[in-house]
Structure formats: structure tokens, C-alpha cells
Design a protein around this ligand. Sequence first.
Ligand code: R5P
Length: 319
Amino acid sequence: MTSRPISDQDLEILTGTAHPMLATEIAEHLGLALGPMTISRFPDSETYVRVETSVRGKDVYVIQPTCPPVNENLMELMVILDALRRASTGRITAVIPYFGYARQDKKITGREPISARMVADMLTTGGADRVLTIDLHSLQIQGFFDIPVDQLTAVGLLTEHMRKWDLSDSVIVAPDAGRVNMATDYAGRLGLPVVIVHKRRTGPERTQAAFVVGDVKGKRPIIIDDMITTGGTIGRSVTALMEQGAQPDVRIVATHPVLVGSYAENLRTSSITEILVTNTIPVPAEKQFGKVRPVSVARMLADAISCIHRESSVSALFA
Ligand code: R5P
């Protein structure tokens, strides 16, 4: 589907400071300019926002992934929503390409929060009428909202790029049980077998790949995931795959390149030859170290915005 220029009479694309480059790209696909905004910090670090154009009655889309610094970006989004709500905006869509706090979607032990639900409540109370997002960590997060959530997936986009690779002797690897459905989706599209690395989590930042389920001897693994955070899951999966005789030619495919903490240490290993991600989160050149290749989700988001604005089916985008 191709985005067509839309009249900016009643449509406004705004951005927070989390990812203005993606927002600009989305607006360009729609043939629009970003709406003018002032975003600054008070001396004590509180956020100040002013929408510098009238949004009364308009259909407004705010682009803001809640990537690191997560709390800063989330709070900034909340302040923007509040400004829009008080300015009599017709409809507000929070476009959150990467939804932070998503991994805290259940209690594992007593006296823990369900932060993903709390963020959903904050967004709804704050004024969002709709959320547009990509590859949520778990699908049930959609149910945490009482407003419509349009969840896109980057699997089709990433698969298009994977088709340009030499896929001989390749296997799709799910790095934990939670990614089996996603791995099956990739494998089905590419006609490849699926292998699972059984992972046991030992703490919020520490994970442990235990054993490989499936045959990887002499194979070239393609590990898929929804996000790479510290790269610990990937690093441990690569080690487990090498121990089982896989070729030291491992490619990684993940939607969200969070890339924090010891990610470089975990991903620089020579066994990893390419890391394909999207730009739901900015990936500055220094984080790419010649291996990380971001694919843009701008057109996909622009097409979805176009569908939502025109009240046509978003799911038709995937047909
Ligand atoms: C876990 O359930 C997720 O799907 C990712 O595998 C995980 O969040 C990646 O984190 P890290 O890169 O820190 O291992």
C-alpha cells in the first residue's frame, strides 16, 4: 500500500523528543510537515510543552517511543497528551513504536507492580483516545487498555530484508519459549525450520540459556526476538548454539533495538555476522558497530496513520 498525501486541514503529526527523525520520516511519507511544538525543561528538570498551532477538533498523532530514558520519554508523552486534551483536540492517537514497561506485564512474586497495566491506565487517563504501536512484548497488553490499540508487526518488513540473504542451511531460533509464536511466523514466511533455546531468567537483567531444542549441527542460525536490550539473551543463545555445533555465522533479527548496558560486549562476538533491527528506537552510528542494520518502520506507520485517519481497515495493511 502506498501513502497518499493527505490534507493537513484536520490531521496533525506531532513529535516528542524521543525520536524526531522517525517522526519527520513519517510526516514526509504523508506529505505533511510536523506540527510546531515547544518542548523544554524547567531548571528543576520538569517538562514544559506548548503546541504551537491550533489543534481544536483535529485528528492528532503524537510520535513518541518510550525508549530509554524511559521515564523521561513517558512523562514527556503524558505532558503532551495533557496539553492536547486541554486544547480541545478532536482525537488523540499516541503512536508508541516501542512500548516501554511492556515486560512488567504480570506479577512473578508478591508485592510487585504490573507496570505495563499502570502505563496503559496513565495513557488513557492522560487523554489518549487510541494507541498505535509495533510488536508489543506480549499481546495481552492490548487488553490492559480500554481504548483501541492498533498493534502492527515488523515481521513482514524484516522478512522482506531476510529474503535477500543466503538462507541455505538456515534455521530460525526462538531464544526463549515466549518467542516461539514469533519464530514460527518467521519460519513459515521463509520456509525454514524452528529451533528453541530454553532460557531461564535469573533476575531482571540476568538470563541463562540452558539447552537447545532441535538440530543445529552445521546450521546457520537466525535468532529472532522482539527486542534486544542488554544482548544477554542473544549472547547466551549464541553460546548454546555454538556448543551444539552450529556454524559461527549467526544472524540476529529483532524489532526493537533497545541496546543498553553490556549490549556491545554481548553482541560483538565474531560468531554474530549481522543484526537486523528496525528504527522504532533511534540507533546512533556508535551503536551499530558495522553489524546493526536498522530498517525503517516509517512507511508502515504512515500507512497505518493514513488508514486510521480515513477510518479504513488497518489490518488490510497486512493483506
Ligand atoms: C524477553 O522475554 C524478551 O523477549 C527479550 O528476549 C529480552 O527482553 C531481551 O533482553 P536482553 O537483551 O537484556 O537479554
